[in-house]
Write a protein that binds this ligand. Structure first.
Ligand SMILES: *[C@@H]1O[C@H](CO)[C@@H](O)[C@H](O)[C@H]1NC(C)=O
Ligand SMILES: *[C@@H]1O[C@H](CO)[C@@H](O)[C@H](O)[C@H]1NC(C)=O
Ligand SMILES: *[C@@H]1O[C@H](CO)[C@@H](O)[C@H](O)[C@H]1NC(C)=O
Length: 207
């Protein structure tokens, strides 16, 4: 149950490496992340941060928002970078660690794990705010989570524009099998067993 409350060499190293200037210092209010989908088994469900390796979490499905593992933030740049008029930055989860009398958090940014032979990108949190794998995301006027991207017209990139290509699939990532949120790059999911969803940030119920 408390498998995510731990200290490991990997986690300590990741935290130590984040003492420099922050890329996304400005943090939103706390949110729960709620799904909407034509698939009734997923519509209205919530996302929570499920353990997926040392100091890594994927986004799994739950019926109700969790106070502990279901709280997320949008961290943005100090200058307030926007795409299509909406703030963009990193989706953040505060990973708890340490013991009862020394509780700590490792602020962890959502990252994309690309696979060159799939159009499914796994989503995972890892401590820190650095690395090209950090997923650039934002919230639109309806608080729907989007990904901004340049639209490549071969010669000159257009854009960026905002996209909503979230799916929930049965994933196998870092040795963990979950029903988890992924990003679809293009086309229909190659890996099957996926449902298109939207992810809406709602004010955190437990915060
Ligand atoms: C998000 O912002 C908070 C508040 O400034 C900061 O403590 C945290 O380190 C940031 N996390 C990331 C991953 O940028
Ligand atoms: C980010 O936070 C800092 C410190 O509170 C503040 O001075 C700055 O205006 C904020 N940036 C934006 C774009 O709101
Ligand atoms: C997600 O929201 C976008 C923007 O409102 C919409 O165009 C799209 O159809 C929605 N997708 C799903 C799976 O509901």
């Amino acid at each position: 149950m408390l498998g995510f409350l731990f200290t490991s060499a990997a986690l300590a190293a990741a935290i130590i490496s984040t003492t420099s200037a922050q890329n996304f210092p400005n943090q939103s209010a706390p949110y729960n992340l709620k799904l909407s989908s034509a698939e009734t088994a997923l519509d209205g469900k919530f996302l929570w941060a499920c353990h997926s390796g040392a100091a890594m979490e994927q986004l799994c499905i739950s019926d109700t928002p969790s106070d502990l593992t279901g709280i997320f933030f949008l961290n943005t740049t100090s200058i307030g970078s926007t795409v299509s008029g909406f703030l963009t930055g990193a989706l953040v989860y505060n990973l708890p660690y340490g013991d009862e009398d020394d509780k700590q958090i490792a602020s962890s940014a959502l990252r994309f794990a690309w696979n060159p032979v799939s159009n499914i990108i796994f989503n995972y949190f890892q401590p820190g705010d650095e690395g090209s794998e950090i997923a650039s995301v934002g919230l639109d006027a309806d608080n729907k989570l989007f990904v901004p991207a340049y639209v490549d017209d071969v010669i000159t990139p257009n854009g960026p524009e905002i996209f909503y290509q979230w799916q929930v699939c049965h994933t196998q990532f870092m040795g963990y099998k979950y029903q988890a949120l992924v990003w679809l790059t293009v086309g229909n999911p190659l890996d099957g067993d996926c449902q298109a969803v939207n992810v809406t940030a709602v004010p955190a119920s437990g915060a």
